[in-house]
Unconditional design. Structure first.
Length: 195
């Protein structure tokens, strides 16, 4: 990155003033935060810009994703001001979409399981997790498949398992999940976009 002489002098003066003021006992937290923001803005200016769409609802707000050219990682996500629908504005979910990326250090990367009445989390692998879910669903369906119709025939209905859909999926995925849930006999099916 090239830096001009004028910018070098202004930055040197700002840093020197900050050091001088800090020795007088002034709180420089805001100045430090502003300086950190300047570094981020420089990174965003040189980053590769990619246009995307928010996945949370049917509005389809525009996103502007800034990816670091050296590391290939997303460093910022904000509303796309050129998008004809949202014009750069995002709701709280869309504004927080950066937290779903790899940049979030608290993002879960492993399956965590807590046994009933336990206070400790255990790491499990995906095979164990999927087999456990399948076993619990099968046991519940076997125990609760007792509804009968007017003719006295056993009907495909389980009222003790529910499915609550996610707003992170599209129409096709939502339809597929709905059909799968109905095939399992679930009658308590809802979706977050409806609420």
């Amino acid at each position: 990155m090239n830096i001009t002489r004028r910018r070098f002098l202004s930055m040197s003066g700002a840093i020197g003033s900050g050091v001088a003021l800090s020795s007088l006992g002034l709180d420089l937290t805001a100045v430090t935060a502003h300086a950190a923001g300047l570094g981020k803005m420089d990174r965003i200016r040189t980053a590769r810009q990619t246009i995307s769409i928010c996945c949370y609802c049917s509005v389809g707000c525009g996103l502007l994703c800034s990816t670091d050219r050296l590391t290939g990682k997303i460093i910022n996500i904000e509303g796309d001001p050129d998008h004809p629908i949202s014009e750069g504005s995002l709701c709280a979910k869309g504004a927080g979409i950066f937290g779903l990326t790899e940049a979030n250090p608290k993002r879960l990367r492993k399956v965590l399981y807590r046994a009933p009445k336990s206070d400790k989390w255990e790491e499990k692998d995906w095979n164990w997790t999927l087999q456990r879910i399948a076993r619990l669903v099968k046991d519940t369906r076997d125990a609760d498949f007792i509804a009968k119709n007017d003719k006295g025939e056993l009907v495909n209905r389980v009222e003790t398992i529910a499915h609550y859909g996610s707003s992170n999926i599209g129409n096709e995925e939502c339809w597929t999940l709905s059909v799968a849930c109905r095939a399992m006999g679930l009658v308590n099916i809802d979706h977050q976009a409806r609420v």
